[in-house]
Design a protein around this ligand. Structure first.
Ligand code: FMN
Length: 215
């Protein structure tokens, strides 16, 4: 079986990224891009991003998670701390996150250090989730091997009974990570493969160095 994709080709023409129009702080440029992607048609979940970690087996692994907040400090997502990614981060907090926004022909790649956020912040976010998502976080021993789907469904039914009329508290193994960036690269597709790439790198004095990279 084979399928040749050599003819998949696209010219990128929607926008440009030039030194004259960017901010000194990459989080401000991220915000500008994020707003533009949100306002444009065609991306269902602009906050979906890949997170790559280096696992206990030495392999990098990517998976999609949802960005739930960003600030000047970094990018926050929520997960199970005992999942494969949680264990990987506990051993090596250096991660890479990336966004691909095809409708704007844009990519953002962030290298940074992941840290657990404060417990009260995770509590606050957990509290805001619908009941089903709260119970889902408790039911799923994320990344463990399970016998079949019924196993989860039975577990959920039992939990629903035991939590009837009771507050569901955040389990301690579930919460947020903040990825504090050390480098953020912005990629804007351009015609003739002469794409724009601007990289911000955090300097020891906490200033951001801005460089253009060859496409
Ligand atoms: C669109 C989308 C959004 C997702 N959002 C999250 C999320 O916010 N948190 C999370 O733990 N997993 C999320 N997942 C599931 C992860 O991709 C992954 O399957 C899960 O976190 C287990 O990863 P791990 O075993 O590598 O730790 C999402 C998947 C998709 C496709």
């Amino acid at each position: 079986m084979q399928k040749d994709l050599g003819n998949y080709r696209k010219s990128y023409e929607k926008s440009a990224l030039t030194e004259g129009t960017i901010s000194a702080n990459p989080m401000e440029l991220f915000q500008k891009w994020f707003y533009e992607v949100e306002a444009s048609e065609g991306v269902d979940e602009p906050n979906a991003m890949t997170v790559s970690t280096v696992g206990l087996d030495g392999f990098p692994k990517n998976r999609v998670v949802l960005l739930k907040k960003y600030t000047y400090e970094g990018f926050i997502f929520y997960t199970n701390y005992e999942s494969e990614k949680g264990k990987a981060i506990a051993q090596n907090p250096k991660v890479c996150i990336s966004f691909f926004w095809p409708n704007m022909e844009r990519q953002v790649i962030i290298k940074g250090n992941a840290e657990k956020i404060a417990e009260n912040l995770s509590d606050g976010y957990f509290e805001s989730r619908p009941l089903g998502s709260k119970l889902g976080a408790i039911v799923s021993d994320q990344s463990s091997v399970i016998p079949d789907r019924e196993f989860l469904e039975e577990k959920l039914k039992d939990l629903e009974k035991s939590y009837e009329n009771k507050e569901v508290e955040r389990p301690l193994y579930w919460g947020g990570f903040i990825v504090k960036p050390v480098s953020i690269e912005f990629w804007q597709g351009r015609p003739n493969r002469l794409h724009d790439r601007i990289r911000y790198s955090l300097q020891p004095d906490f200033d951001w160095k801005i460089e253009r990279l060859a496409p």
